[in-house]
Design a protein around this ligand. Sequence first.
Ligand code: ACM
Ligand code: ZN
Length: 540
Amino acid sequence: MKKYFSLAIISLLSIGFWSCQAEIRRPDVQIIPMPASLTNMEGTFSIGSQTKILINSENKEMQRVTSYLTIHLEDFYQIKSKVTFSGAPEKKTIFIKLNTGLSISKEAYNLVVSSKGIMLESPSPNGLFYGIQTLLQLMPPIKQKLSEVVVPAVVIRDTPRFAWRGLHLDVGRHFMPKEFILKYLDYMAMHKFNTFHWHLTEDQGWRIEIKKYPRLTEVGSIRKETLVGHYGSKNYDGTPVGGFYTQDDIKEVVAYAADRFITVVPEIEMPGHALAALAAYPELGCTGGPYEVGTTWGVFDDVYCAGNAKTDTFLMNVLKEVIPLFPGEYFHIGGDECPKTRWQKCPLCKERMKAEGLRSENELQSFFVERIEKFLNENGKKLIGWDEILEGGLAPNAAVMSWRGEKGGIAAAKEHHFVVMTPGEYCYLDHYQADPKNEPLAIGGYLPLKKIYSYEPVPASLTEEESKYVMGAQGNVWTEYMKTPQQVEYMVYPRAAALAEVVWSPKGSKDFENFKSRLIRLTKFYDILGINYCKTEFKQ
Ligand code: ACM
Ligand code: ZN
């Protein structure tokens, strides 16, 4: 465990009220993700119903952030605490201080626990929220009535390594109920993730209400049956399934995420993975259909026609409804796995290529993406897409999500485009995490905990300047083989805990054995919360 004596002393002096205590070795402070600097100190602080929680601002957001502490104390230990907004910090106080004068980033915080009290400070509520997440992990991983919660003395100065700390969820292959999405966000917040990439449309299901095009959900959200077993199997289950989110559901999720400092990035897939939309509106495809919502997995030849003005109008109208629902900076337009077979034969696609002087279907895709980018930019959004959007030339301001290895991300960063790293080999949480013989059916691959933990998001081939374009990394959760929320949890945890450390903790601070020992404690919280995590790593 890292020790930063001087930082610890400065922190203690800077808060004035609490006197210096000696640093000690103590294995029981086990935080995930590992803070940037953590020093164990002698002593403990006991939180009871008499402990005063003092906030230096009556600002609503500060009260809400503090409620994550008070609700946890009550929910886990039945301790009702008192929150006050005035007075100087005195003995036995938890002081939550919005300190706009601090020159640390808005997600950074300082947390000092001594026998006399607790001091948490950050220049913004974001950092205070993360400081509270850390404080909650310092508490005992039990849920029972306690007269006092004993917290070990520590000095923590913490700041995330990356600005984009993402988890994705595909609700197209299998719809996941809103209640589960809220839990997914809770668990993300606990691990200090800040970006939820919500993959809302797919060949096998369109999951977001669009008022102008009701058939997208009436027709496009339902498939008549689903493939049984692996891709290539001839068996289908004969059972129709569906599900979608109303725009009110979406607003609720986005607000819930914002309360936890998570930005929701929607993905509306185009020009490929669009079969559900084509089933609803066949005139948007090159052949005119008829089409059927996908019942098997993989990549389909039928995609949006890139030469038809009707497709342009449709997509802009869809975006017009979706954009206002998501206040974040980025909008994901997919762009992956779009076969060009239909475009090669389609009179409208060929006509557009000729009219625009496009020499290949890849250039037609780039032309299509550039128009969408222009529309998004005009409506206050930045475009992000899978790395295929590089193939016919990158749209002027587009960011790239690199999934077919790191090549696309490296190329984009070298062109000074922002990048999120999600290479399949390290970041695909739909891959097996243990011996497939003993695991529920998954798509394939092999991504054990140790491998995801080892991931380094900044490729060595980038210069220091180019590295600044790597916004962070993300775990992707494709749900072909995850029919239920329980199965999603099983595939995501505990691997997301390893990824949390990849994107939060300082480069060079990683130690897998140490992580594993901390993880054992964290899983006790998972048990209390009812997270259905994979236990293979803990069986030895
Ligand atoms: C992808 O996995 N098709 C982005
Ligand atoms: Zn066409």
